[in-house]
Ligand binder design. Structure first.
Ligand SMILES: Nc1nc2c(ncn2[C@@H]2O[C@H](COP(=O)(O)OP(=O)(O)OP(=O)(O)O)[C@@H](O)[C@H]2O)c(=O)[nH]1
Ligand SMILES: [Mg+2]
Length: 199
């Protein structure tokens, strides 16, 4: 089964995207498989509403494991199942907490095995800082040379006059991007089309 991994900085909206994308595809419940850096594995079935309140947060480093769901995407007249993996957020520099560092190592290992890389970038943070973080730049550099990579500026609902998007497009004029709002499920048609094209 093809693997599509969601990566990006902590708080970029990766987890909310995974759950809202599952809802957009038509799921009301998900079977979430969690794989912790110490090898512990859990599987939980839950409603998407519960998943959102339980797994997504404005607190940094909320996700500290690899968590995945399987979703069916329409292909020609049939369906194709893919695994959507949500990961621990990446950061600039080295985090003092071991559990966060281990989560980051796990994310980096999984990126290499993935068929599709959905790089989630927080556009609100870009507006605040007026520049991209180093880790986002590094992911873009890595992704550019890989098939199945797409840059996904998220939280476009917070970029009403498109200042953030403009900055990003000026810095990376040739980079294919799909702006979205994970919260309001905007841009999801384009993400679905990209994933289907890439599998
Ligand atoms: N306004 C707005 N807020 C969003 C959007 N997407 C995510 N958020 C918020 O951003 C915060 C972080 O979302 P998460 O999905 O938990 O972020 P994450 O990337 O999984 O974070 P880590 O697990 O720490 O790596 C939450 O408060 C979300 O509600 C969006 O499109 N618009
Ligand atoms: Mg998360």
């Amino acid at each position: 089964m093809k693997k599509s991994i969601i990566v990006g900085k902590t708080n970029a909206g990766k987890t909310l995207f995974m759950i809202n994308f599952a809802e957009y595809i038509g799921l009301k419940k998900i079977v979430l498989k969690q794989e912790y850096p110490d090898g512990k594995k859990l599987s939980k079935e839950m409603s998407t509403d519960l998943a959102k309140s339980y797994l997504s947060s404005d607190r940094e480093y909320k996700t500290q494991c690899i968590q995945s769901i399987c979703i069916d995407l329409p292909v020609y007249k049939g369906k194709k199942e893919i695994t959507l993996l949500d990961t621990s957020g990446l950061i600039d520099g080295i985090h003092p907490k071991l559990s966060v560092r281990n989560g980051i190592i796990q994310t980096l290992e999984k990126i290499q095995e993935a068929d599709i890389i959905l790089h989630m970038l927080d556009i609100a943070l870009l507006i605040d800082n007026n520049t991209l973080s180093e880790i986002d730049r590094q992911i873009i550099e890595y992704g550019r040379n890989r098939k199945g990579y797409v840059l996904i500026p998220n939280k476009i609902d917070l970029d009403k006059d498109k200042i953030g998007l403009h900055t990003l497009r000026q810095e990376y004029p040739k980079q294919f991007m799909i702006p979205i709002s994970a919260l309001y499920k905007k841009g999801f048609d384009e993400v679905k089309a990209f994933v289907i094209r890439s599998i």
